[in-house]
Ligand binder design. Structure first.
Ligand code: ATP
Length: 363
């Protein structure tokens, strides 16, 4: 069993606090993803777990024991980076064997382990090649193999897929997920790609400015974002967000301000419970996929006009002009929207997210 606990850890570089009193627990065999914008402290947190950076405050515990003072080579942690860092003059076989040779493992055992790992990663046919004779995806598989070969307690991955092209990225992602499940190694994976985080994680920890904004399953994070930062970071295109007003005591009416002089109101038919009674200014969030456009005059919905239409194959992304705001909506791929076409926009019942002006979820 391998659990990791980060207890109120902080880390500064000079005057800049990069990790700010961060606490979280990673369960045995869990695949946890750190997700967040560039510079939010993901890599630094991972390097602190690996022991490559020291922490200024707090504790890091593995299986309940503090590891703050244990050097990296004794932490039994394997790390895979964005650049594969293979030894260029060694064959794949030697690259894989190297971590075991360093530990004085016997030749027979090394041979057996190389065989096992190369079967697992399907790189048997590459064993006698040098790194420069491999594609990016193959090099990354070898790097994974080299990390796995010594049966580490913990697997840390820092954007390991970023150097791969889009297709290979998705394929290797699938391989990593299968491998992690099969081996059951407690894993932390860093990415700034929300789709990658959703696809891989048991739980996602969304970080911003060195602070955990939210931690939860991919579905929780996507469907019930606790802050506007999380709401707009998850999903592509990002969630629409318009200021408005909301008063939970007056028949649940939401009003959005679509220009300086115009507002549009509708009755809230949400099924989610509101956290507490609320009255005042809000940020009204709704995802493009929960938003639709109907052309022509309609009795319901907010008047809108098509500003841009972008077919992406599975559907078409519409940018709609609503008052002075631009709102994204999805249309079916067989629709033929025209720029300038007028109609109305509506949001699926139960899919409106309300946030206070300081960005905290209200409902
Ligand atoms: P990215 O997705 O761009 O890799 P990240 O979330 O992993 O970003 P970190 O690499 O952890 O972010 O960096 C967090 C902040 O700490 C950044 O502002 C970075 O410039 C700073 N930083 C990181 N390492 C050092 C260092 N050794 N010395 C000084 N500042 C550093």
């Amino acid at each position: 069993m391998v659990t990791i606990q980060l207890e109120s850890i902080s880390k500064s570089f000079g005057a800049t606090k990069v990790i700010n009193n961060l606490s979280l627990e990673i369960n045995d065999k869990e695949f946890l993803v750190f997700l967040g914008p560039s510079g939010c402290g993901k890599t630094t947190t991972l390097r602190c777990v690996a022991g490559l950076e020291s922490i200024d405050e707090g504790k890091i515990l593995v299986d309940g024991k503090t590891i703050n003072d244990i050097p990296p080579q004794k932490r039994d942690v394997a790390m895979v980076f964005q650049n594969y860092a293979l030894y260029p003059f060694m064959t794949v076989r030697d690259n894989l064997s190297f971590p075991l040779k360093l530990r004085g493992v016997s030749r027979d055992v090394i041979e057996k382990k190389v065989q096992q790992v190369s079967e697992l990663l399907r790189i048997q046919v590459l064993l006698e090649r040098k790194p420069k004779q491999l594609s990016g995806g193959e090099q990354q598989r070898v790097a994974l193999g080299r990390a796995l070969i010594r049966d580490p307690k913990i697997f840390l991955m820092d954007e390991p897929l970023s150097n791969l092209d889009a297709k290979l990225r998705v394929e290797t992602r699938t391989e990593i997920k299968r491998l992690q499940r099969e081996l059951g190694i407690t894993t932390i994976f860093v990415t700034h790609d929300q789709a990658e985080a959703m696809a891989l994680a048991d739980r996602i920890a969304v970080l911003d400015k060195g602070v955990v904004q939210q931690i939860g399953s991919p579905n929780e994070i996507y469907h019930k974002p606790e802050t506007t930062m999380v709401a707009q970071f998850m999903g592509s295109p990002a969630m629409n967000m318009i200021t408005g007003t909301y008063d939970s005591s007056t028949q649940d009416v939401i009003s959005i301000k679509i220009s300086n002089s115009e507002s549009y109101s509708w009755q809230r038919k949400e099924t989610q419970d509101i956290k507490s009674s609320y009255k005042g200014e809000v940020l009204v969030g709704f995802r493009p996929e929960d938003t639709s456009f109907r052309s022509g005059p309609g009795d319901d919905g907010i008047p809108a006009e098509i500003y841009v239409s972008e077919p992406v194959g599975t559907h078409t992304i519409l940018t709609l002009k609503v008052g002075e705001k631009l709102v994204k909506a999805f249309a079916p791929s067989d629709a033929s929207p025209k720029i300038g076409e007028r109609g109305s926009v509506s949001v699926k019942d139960g899919h409106v997210h309300l946030f206070s002006i300081d960005g905290k979820r209200v409902a």
